[in-house]
Design a protein around this ligand. Structure first.
Ligand SMILES: [Zn+2]
Length: 99
């Protein structure tokens, strides 16, 4: 019984973290509830992933994480860039784009 309570607590925590970052509450609730500790870590890691600075590959233009040493698309070795691209989480625009 104690395990169920723990699983639900972790599920709620993971779900809330996922929801804050614009993902599915139910998805992260299930992941965190099924594998309590790792699910919550995954939810946190997902969150930090979106907070990371990014940069553009000089070879193919693919946007990669700033800490990547190799481009995952073309294999170009990546120097630490002079110009970084703002994290994904900064690109949220409150107003919907007009069409
Ligand atoms: Zn590339």
């Amino acid at each position: 019984m104690a395990y169920v309570i723990i699983a639900v607590c972790f599920g709620l925590s993971g779900g809330i973290i996922g929801k804050i970052k614009g993902s599915s509450f139910l998805l992260w609730f299930l992941i965190s509830g099924a594998i309590p500790v790792f699910g919550l870590i995954a939810a946190c890691a997902y969150r930090f992933e979106r907070e990371e600075l990014r940069r553009e590959c000089p070879g193919c233009g693919r946007v990669t994480k700033i800490y990547d040493a190799l481009c995952t698309r073309c294999g170009t070795e990546l120097e630490f860039p002079d110009v970084a691209i703002a994290p994904e989480s900064w690109e949220r625009v409150p107003a919907a784009p007009s069409r």
